[in-house]
Design a protein around this ligand. Structure first.
Ligand code: PLP
Length: 447
């Protein structure tokens, strides 16, 4: 018998090594029964009440991350990249914390507006914005639209009935060496215009000639999961040089520089993450140097973090459906969710941790692969994780750091509805998004 079994209250408030503080919300503890709690609510209780799989979201953690950005970048505009996770509540939280919101579709725009976000604080993005969505954004009065193609300039000029502020998205040809799907700062990719290219010069020229479009700045987004802040310093240098060129050519000083998002978070213990104070210093220094070199006034800097605001606030809960020991092979723990609620493993080869949430395991451990319930061999949630050797069907598994690009990327493959989002705060739960049912799926099927 261990000390923890004799004195269960020792567990309360204690974060054991298996709950690494860098990948769990700050308010993660154990209760007297050895169960994991977040925001004062036992995860096992959430699983019982709302079923599994279920996304749990810690409101305080989201707010804490917003405040960290505001603290380290007091002069910058922080624009939450809603593609990471958007619900009406999340939009309201980030707006209350003083962030603007970046949306990339008419649907995201509708959610942000329904949450009461000031349209002036909304920015519209997207590599292929449909005409109707541009129209909806202009009519809603969104503050800025980030232009991504020549066609868009023509469409925008047609729908704008009053001056519309725009930024131009440029790729500064900075290779952050990530997965090819998330390297968006290199020249040869689908977003924006390569900096210095004939197309980029043409785009600037066309915007300048449209009386209803006001070019207020340049934008770049280097990629995802970037933990080396120097890439942002280089982006500042290249884009300030371009802003200086625009001033020389058109006599117009662009007042804004948007450096996009992409700040890395740790998904597993030991993963590198972006250090915000260091990033702040590097952006400041490179801005000082580049502005001095080009005799250019300091523009207002914007940052667009998505993942870094919400990833760590989210934990997904699953029920164990089966445990299979393949002779001479792996041990598979089959969960009742998988690639529908977390497609990032299949899409990007992302790696996650998983722990049992309904008890504090004190016995021996096994190495197992947590696999999903869907009909794909690649439906894996967490490969080679350490789990209790006596794990049984019916127990609750928690996968941390699932707040970003999970709900927003979820699908209904195999006819399985998407999980609910339950937010927690001060010991209370709030059902933000309900579970999608078979009736929901049938409602769209017109026969
Ligand atoms: C233009 C733009 N800004 C911001 C983001 C947010 O990136 P992250 O969630 O990695 O911070 C993205 C993500 O794809 C993006 O495309």
């Amino acid at each position: 018998m261990t000390l923890l079994e004799i004195f269960p209250s020792l567990r309360s408030g204690m974060l054991s090594p298996r709950l690494d503080a860098t990948i769990w919300p700050c308010e993660t503890h154990y209760d007297d029964l050895g169960r994991i709690t977040i925001g004062g609510v036992a995860l096992a209780d959430i699983a019982d009440q709302y079923g599994t799989p279920v996304y749990v979201l810690d409101e305080s953690e989201v707010r804490r991350r917003c405040r960290a950005y505001r603290k380290y970048f007091p002069d910058a505009e922080i624009i939450y990249a809603a593609k990471a996770l958007l619900t009406k509540s999340v939009a309201a939280w980030v707006a209350e914390e003083g962030l603007s919101v970046d949306v990339c579709s008419g649907g995201e725009l509708a959610i942000a507006l329904a949450a009461g976000v000031d349209p002036q604080r909304i920015m519209l993005h997207g590599s292929g914005k449909p005409f109707a969505e541009l129209e909806a954004a202009v009519h809603a009065g969104v503050g800025r639209i980030v232009v991504d193609s020549i066609t868009e300039i023509t469409l925008l000029a047609a729908v704008a009935t009053r001056p519309q502020q725009v930024l131009l998205r440029l790729s500064p040809d900075i290779d952050v060496h990530g997965h090819p799907a998330v390297r968006t700062g290199v020249a040869d990719q689908k977003f924006g215009f390569p900096l210095g290219s004939v197309a980029a010069v043409d785009a600037i020229d066309r915007i300048m000639r449209q009386p209803m479009l006001e070019l207020v700045g340049l934008h770049c987004h280097l990629g995802s999961q970037i933990h080396d802040p120097d890439f942002y310093g280089e982006a500042v240098r290249r884009l300030i040089a371009e802003m200086s060129r625009v001033r020389a050519e058109y006599g117009r000083t662009l007042p804004q520089l948007d450096l996009g998002g992409g700040h890395a978070v740790a998904y597993r213990c030991g993963d590198a993450e972006m250090n915000l104070p260091v990033l702040a210093d590097i952006v400041e220094d490179s801005l000082d140097a580049a502005c001095a070199l080009n005799h250019f006034p300091r523009p207002q800097i914007s940052l667009e973090p998505g993942r870094a605001i919400v990833a760590r606030a989210g934990v997904t809960l699953y029920r164990v459906m089966a445990v299979k020991h393949v002779e001479g092979g792996h041990t598979f723990v089959i969960a009742d969710g998988g690639m529908n609620d977390n497609p990032r493993v299949a899409l990007y080869g992302a790696r996650y941790d998983a722990v049992v949430a309904n008890r504090h395991p004190t016995g021996p451990h096994m190495t197992a692969t947590v696999a999903g319930r869907y009909c794909e061999a690649g439906d894996i949630l967490a490969a080679d994780v350490s789990l209790p050797a006596d794990l049984r069907p019916g127990e609750v598994l928690a996968v941390p750091c699932t707040g970003a690009y999970h709900h927003s990327l979820a699908s209904t493959y195999n006819g399985v509805g998407r999980p609910p989002i339950i937010s927690v705060r001060n010991g209370r739960c709030h059902e933000q998004i309900r579970r999608e049912t078979s009736a929901d799926l049938l409602a769209r099927d017109l026969g």
